[in-house]
Ligand binder design. Structure first.
Ligand code: UDP
Ligand code: MG
Length: 315
């Protein structure tokens, strides 16, 4: 019996790429034996004609199902929406811009049939990404993995296959701020990694600016490690120890040499230096308190406006 597999594709302002995506992906999927496909396109509040084109596709091909979110919630939320609506025995998450090669999908299915529960695509060559993006990405991974017990494999994006049991596990994680790379790593499961070369974007441009990536990195770090707030206890202790020793030194020096007014420079340094350390540590606390605030509000991760085709029931 063929197995039903869900392809999850987040779309945000990808109007020009919709038809190319469908033309490229459909023959690849059709050629994989013993499979039936449900192609879940998540329209993440696009402001161009992405939705219109996706709906047109769903009218032509019955594998397509379009989930329209009520606004732009971000890629992480769009993927979550896809995972929640998918009905397949396995799901594959793939970018709409064809930067993840569809040719890898048959190999992913093979690995899954051979018992893998997670099949990761690993980028062996990221020359299509800018040098700055590659550098900051590699800094992020090494910083994250040295701080957190949950290790994120480097050069692995969201392009992956997951068995139904993994999807069910992900759905049990209640957090609202969904740093998916961390969540994927947290759930574990039997994993196989396949290498691929990351292509350049065919049409359109990247949706992640430098600032968005910085926020994303901060979210990743604070989601999976509390070291950034804990470390200030040690920094504070060491600082206090030094201050104490220095105080002692001044007392001894005054006793031996009398009071020789200078000391303005060291005082000025101490005040400004420790002042800034305090501000940094308050910022760290703020980062975590901010996440507690967001989590306690218990808002849904995304809102769906409509699912197309409308008459098809979602189960
Ligand atoms: N995307 C999304 N919501 C967003 C931003 C991006 O659904 O707010 C989708 C986008 O349409 C694409 C995928 O996420 O399918 C990856 O985005 P992009 O290619 O811009 O990221 P990059 O490849 O540059 O990391
Ligand atoms: Mg891309």
């Amino acid at each position: 019996m063929p197995s039903l597999i869900s392809l999850i594709v987040p779309f945000y302002n990808e109007g020009d790429g919709v038809d190319l995506f469908a033309q490229t992906i459909m023959p690849v999927l059709a050629a994989i034996p013993e499979t039936e496909w449900e192609i879940l396109c998540i329209d993440d509040g696009s402001r161009d004609d992405t939705l219109k084109r996706l709906i047109a596709l769903s009218e032509q091909h019955n594998q397509f199902r379009i989930v329209e979110l009520s606004r732009n919630f971000g890629k992480e939320a769009a993927m979550t929406a896809g995972l929640d609506t998918a009905t397949g025995a396995a799901v594959i998450v793939i970018d709409a811009d064809l930067q993840d090669p569809p040719e890898l999908i048959p190999d992913m299915i093979d690995a899954w049939r051979n018992g893998a529960e997670v099949v990761l695509g690993r980028r062996v060559d990221r020359s299509s990404d800018s040098a700055a993006k590659r550098l900051t990405a590699s800094w992020f991974y090494s910083l994250h993995n040295s701080l957190s017990k949950i290790k994120i494999p480097s050069n692995v994006g969201d392009f992956r296959l997951m068995d139904r049991c993994v999807v069910d596990a992900l759905q049990q994680l209640p957090e609202r701020q969904r740093f998916m790379k961390g969540l994927y790593a947290w759930v574990g499961f039997r994993t196989v990694t396949l290498d691929y070369v990351r292509a350049a974007r065919h049409v359109g441009e990247t949706k992640f600016s430098g600032l968005a990536l910085w926020n994303f990195a901060l979210e990743g770090l604070t989601s999976f490690s509390t070291l950034p707030i804990r470390i200030w206890t040690y920094v504070g202790t060491i600082g206090a120890l030094f201050a104490l020793l220095y105080g002692l030194f001044i007392v001894v020096r005054t006793l031996l040499l009398g009071n020789s007014v200078p000391g303005y420079a060291s005082l000025f340094f101490a005040v400004t230096f420790f002042g800034s350390i305090q501000i940094i540590s308050i910022g760290m606390l703020g980062e975590y308190i901010g996440r507690i605030y967001v989590e306690t509000k218990q808002r849904p991760v995304y809102l769906i406006r409509k699912i197309y085709p409308i008459n098809k029931n979602i189960s």
